[in-house]
Design a binder for this molecule. Structure first.
Ligand code: SAH
Length: 386
């Protein structure tokens, strides 16, 4: 008898809608241990599919298959191969990009990012944690990387009772890895950088935004300079702000490496935007790429006022005809809600603004229809009308 989990009619409905998560409140009976690949049944004894079971997280089940198909190691292998082949078909102008994007590749809670000859893996559930040896074997056979690093330090792992650890799973990982994205070269610290090292999800937006970059540029929440370095070549001057001194040091190094002049400063963007306004500064191109202000539903209200504040200040600092690239990576704030926030900011700033492009996370981070959690990054390219 395989490990089996019985779910409620409400859980069944979710599965029918294509959502791969079943919450603990919809588990009726679980004859399974945390991390097991389990058979999922309805109360009437019907086979609904197979999934990864967690005995800790509120997300008790992450589905792998519908119906009778069993998720053996070969299925995991086929899905990884498919995910990689899709990324290779995209003609991405970069040596760093996402190979596996969790639920969107039907490999729930698994992230694999490529940084040149090195791979970074995140296994964010008990079930995927246990599958890691299979994942590592498949990646080695398919890609022969020089090293594979587990960046298993996201806090979400603790919700599954898993330790937060960073460890080399295969080969070696140097302190710094060189990659390029578009025309920019980066040195990336895979062990300590944010996310898995770079914000790979913004690559396509950096490329799109570059087409409008001009004049004096301000890059807010710059991290190690992704937008500043890509767009800065087309601008007469670039100022970049980030709260992290480490990130700012890296912007400066990357700027020198790429021959782009960036005035990188440590600062809190909320304070700095006000200070720039006070001294009458003006810009032609502004980027706002803040961290997720709304990490939970309860944080949405406060987050919305944060987003509104920075957008309002940026619109005031922008010259007529200027471009604002404004982003939100909070999946708790929908595209419509974000649009509304930016609209309200424009009204308060007393300016007329057009949407030139509506964008999202890059093509290597696709959204799974019916699973709003996979659509997290919104990016609007706006123009302030003269
Ligand atoms: N634009 C970057 C990614 C930004 S991630 C890129 O393209 O790669 C968000 C960044 O905001 C992080 O580097 C974090 O250090 C910084 N940050 C968070 N709160 C901040 C604040 N109040 N002021 C300035 N920077 C902040």
């Amino acid at each position: 008898m395989p490990a089996t989990v019985v779910i409620s009619p409400r859980g069944e409905q979710r599965l029918q809608g294509g959502h791969p998560w079943i919450y603990r409140s919809d588990i009726i009976d679980a004859a399974a241990a945390g991390g097991d690949r389990v058979l999922v049944r309805s109360r009437r004894g019907q086979t609904l599919g197979h999934g990864l079971y967690s005995d800790r997280s509120l997300i008790a089940l992450r589905m792998l298959t519908d119906g009778e198909q069993e998720p053996d190691d070969r299925l995991i292998e086929r899905r990884i191969h498919d995910a990689i082949a899709f990324r290779e078909s995209l003609g991405i102008d970069a040596t760093a990009y996402r190979l596996v994007h969790g639920e969107s590749d039907r490999l729930p809670s698994l992230i694999v990012d490529r940084y040149g000859d090195y791979l970074v893996v995140q296994a964010l559930s008990q079930g995927m944690d246990r599958l890691t040896p299979v994942v590592v074997r498949v990646l080695q056979e398919r890609l022969s990387p020089r090293g594979i690093l587990a960046r298993n330090d996201p806090r979400t792992r603790t919700l599954d009772g898993l330790p937060q650890i960073v460890e080399v799973l295969a080969g070696d990982i140097p302190d710094l890895v060189q990659v390029h994205e578009l025309q920019v070269e980066y040195e990336v610290d895979l062990r300590h950088g944010q996310k898995t090292g770079l914000f790979l999800d913004q690559r396509d937006n950096r490329a799109a935004a570059s087409l409008y970059a001009h004049g004096r540029m301000l890059d807010c929440f710059s991290y190690n300079g992704g937008f500043a370095l890509t767009m800065g070549r087309r601008c007469s001057a670039v100022i970049a702000f980030d709260a992290s001194a480490d990130a700012v040091a890296r912007i400066t190094l990357n700027a020198a490496r790429n021959g782009v002049a960036v005035d990188a400063r440590v600062g809190n963007v909320f304070d700095e935007l006000r200070a720039l306004e006070r001294v009458g500064e003006r810009f032609d191109t502004i980027v706002l790429d803040p961290p997720a202000f709304a990490k939970s539903k309860s944080a949405v209200e406060k987050a919305s006022s944060g987003y509104k504040e920075i957008n309002l200040r940026a619109l005031k600092l922008l010259n007529p005809g200027g471009i604002l690239v404004t982003c939100s990576c909070s999946y708790n704030i929908s595209e419509a809600a974000f649009g509304e926030i930016v609209y309200e900011a424009s009204v308060d700033a007393g300016v007329h603004v057009t949407i030139v492009e509506k964008r999202m996370q890059g093509r290597d981070h696709p959204v799974l229809l019916g699973v709003p959690e996979t659509y997290y990054l919104k990016c609007l390219l706006l123009r302030k009308l003269p």
